[in-house]
Design a protein around this ligand. Structure first.
Ligand SMILES: Cc1cc2nc3c(=O)[nH]c(=O)nc-3n(C[C@H](O)[C@H](O)[C@H](O)COP(=O)(O)O)c2cc1C
Length: 416
């Protein structure tokens, strides 16, 4: 048994020496600026998310992006052809600059703030919108970009002209060695290696980089070791950061002792006061049992997603809301939810309210915190806090959770 703890290690990124704890990006504004800022203040790395930033900016900074877009496309609300619904690139840029700029201006401490950027937010113009999001984040001073939810085979080329391209930290999230090899091969032309690789296993929250039927055949430690050994054999000195199911400081220490440079964690922070989930949803996370959590195929992105079975967004047959949002529309203006919705409407022409179970209107429900995505070990969150007589758990501070990861030993979890 090890006597070490996470604090005995440091993550070296260029000139920086960091506490090797990275809080993963959680869209839509679940990993808030406040949460990321705490990680940075404590010497680690925090992530904001770039998912749906126009609506996040409306809520946080009093802009009116969603209202404006809905007004522009109101004529199309009953039309199931969404090909005309486009984002204004200037507005995406403005929303990104606002969120990143305000977050960076508030930063204190020696840690760093990165942004999680998902390729699967295709926004009915995948290349154009992603390019604007990435470049605007760089303009606004983000210290690192974590490329997520997709292979990102062309993403580095989108920012190679940016003056900060060689100084910003760039990481890629992969769930297999093959995905990493493909990323490196396709981006080789830019002559720029990633500064870190996050290896995300099948126990993570959010979307999974595995198949719906085979995710449980994989395990993080195995994939992580494969990646570490391959990089070593190729003489590539890139920090590897495992993610998914690392629940205690001791879990993290085990990875650090076997060649990982840091860990990426998220689920433990979903019940922190800085997390963007509403208070009552945090209680749902605390109370969940193992049987209350599932991996399903309802995300229209096509990736499996883990969530609480009692998420209100499951089965809610709302009208597609692409005129206001439309973040998941593919390059042809299609979303799998629209098809599922139309099928149910056709099957129940007289129904006032319909149910759609096989797909969900992800934009609307993530925006409203009605899809409760979570990591596999969410059912252990109850062991990280105290319950009052009414059955409610104490919300934790992000600092408490961070320091528990940093200092705890022997599989122990410090209660508040
Ligand atoms: C509520 C929630 C939302 C998430 N959203 C995203 C996301 O938007 N993009 C992403 O790349 N990963 C997302 N993740 C994955 C985390 O960033 C992280 O890699 C993973 O959950 C770590 O495993 P853990 O939760 O077991 O600690 C999310 C995780 C959770 C719990």
């Amino acid at each position: 048994m090890t006597t070490k703890c996470v604090d005995d290690f440091r993550l070296k990124l260029g000139e920086k020496e960091l506490v090797p704890i990275m809080i993963g990006g959680m869209g839509v504004d679940i990993s808030t600026a406040d949460l990321a800022l705490e990680a940075a203040r404590l010497g680690g790395i925090g992530h904001i998310s770039d998912a749906m930033l126009p609506t996040v900016a409306d809520r946080r900074y009093d802009t009116k992006f969603v209202k404006g877009k809905l007004k522009k496309y109101k004529y199309n609300v009953d039309n199931m052809d969404k090909t005309e619904i486009k984002f204004d690139l200037g507005e995406i840029e403005e929303a990104t600059r606002l969120h990143v700029g305000r977050t960076m201006a508030a930063k204190r401490g020696e840690g760093m703030i990165f942004i999680n950027c998902m390729e699967k937010l295709t926004m009915n113009a995948p290349r154009e919108t992603l390019k604007v999001r990435l470049n605007a984040a760089l303009d606004a001073g983000i210290e690192g970009i974590t490329l997520a939810a997709g292979l990102h085979l062309g993403s580095l080329a989108m920012i190679e002209e940016h003056p900060r391209f060689r100084d910003v930290k760039i990481g890629i999230i992969v769930s297999s060695l093959r995905a990493l090899q493909l990323f490196l091969r396709k981006n080789a032309r830019t002559n720029r290696l990633p500064d870190y690789v996050v290896v995300e296993g099948p126990l993570a929250g959010g979307h999974l980089g595995f198949g719906l039927d085979d995710w449980n055949k994989f395990d993080l430690a195995t994939i992580n070791t494969e990646v570490i050994e391959w990089l070593k054999a190729e003489h590539l000195d890139i920090p590897v950061i495992p993610a998914g199911g690392i629940f205690t400081g001791s879990d993290a220490t085990r990875f650090l002792e076997t060649g990982s440079a840091a860990v990426q964690v998220a689920t433990r922070f979903t019940v922190s006061s800085e997390c963007g989930l509403p208070e009552e949803v945090k209680q749902e996370y605390f109370k969940a049992s193992e049987a209350d959590i599932e991996v399903n195929g309802i995300s229209p992105t096509g990736y499996p997603m883990r969530m609480l079975k009692n998420s209100p967004g499951i089965g809610a047959g709302i009208r597609p809301n692409c005129e206001a949002y439309g973040y998941v529309l593919d390059s042809n203006g299609k979303c799998a939810y629209i098809d599922a919705y139309n099928r149910e409407v056709a099957a129940h022409p007289d129904a006032k309210k319909i149910k759609v179970y096989d797909k969900t209107c992800l934009c609307t429900h993530m925006r409203n915190f009605d899809i409760w995505t979570c990591g596999h070990y969410t059912y252990r969150l109850k062991d990280t806090s105290r319950q009052d007589d009414a059955g409610n758990y104490s919300i934790l501070s992000a600092e408490h959770v961070f320091k528990d990861y940093q200092y705890s030993k022997d599989g122990k979890i410090l209660l508040p």
